[in-house]
Design a protein around this ligand. Structure first.
Ligand code: FES
Length: 113
């Protein structure tokens, strides 16, 4: 699937997450503490909780329910109780607009990058 324009780059605040839904697929769009933009699956793998309602810290997104932190780079949980990764989606910024490719990146390939 081709990348889909989501919003203006200027609309994303540092250290904040927003939920977007593409064809029924919930995605957390996040600008991390360093200013980089990421897109990961919005549903916590420990429970049916929207990760975009959680907390951004450095390059992680923490679930507000039980505190699992997910890497925005790999989608992997860094802390329990979640132990399954969330998908990671490619993000591009072109002419000040943010695009997400809703085709998930294989977490294993991200670890080698
Ligand atoms: S629902 Fe997210 S850590 Fe429990």
């Amino acid at each position: 699937m081709a990348s889909i324009k989501i919003c203006s780059d200027a609309d994303l605040e540092v250290g904040a997450a927003v939920r977007v839904v593409i064809d029924g697929l919930p995605i957390a769009l996040v600008r991390d503490s360093a200013g980089a933009v990421h897109a990961i699956g919005d549903t916590c793998t420990h429970g049916d909780i929207s990760l975009s309602e959680g907390f951004v810290e450095d390059d992680t997104l923490e679930c507000w329910a039980h505190g699992s932190k997910f890497s925005l780079i790999t989608g992997k949980p860094i802390t329990l109780p979640a132990y399954e990764p969330v998908p990671v989606y490619p993000v591009t910024i072109v002419d000040g607009e943010v695009y997400i490719d809703p085709t998930a990146i294989d977490p294993a390939s991200r670890l080698e990058a």
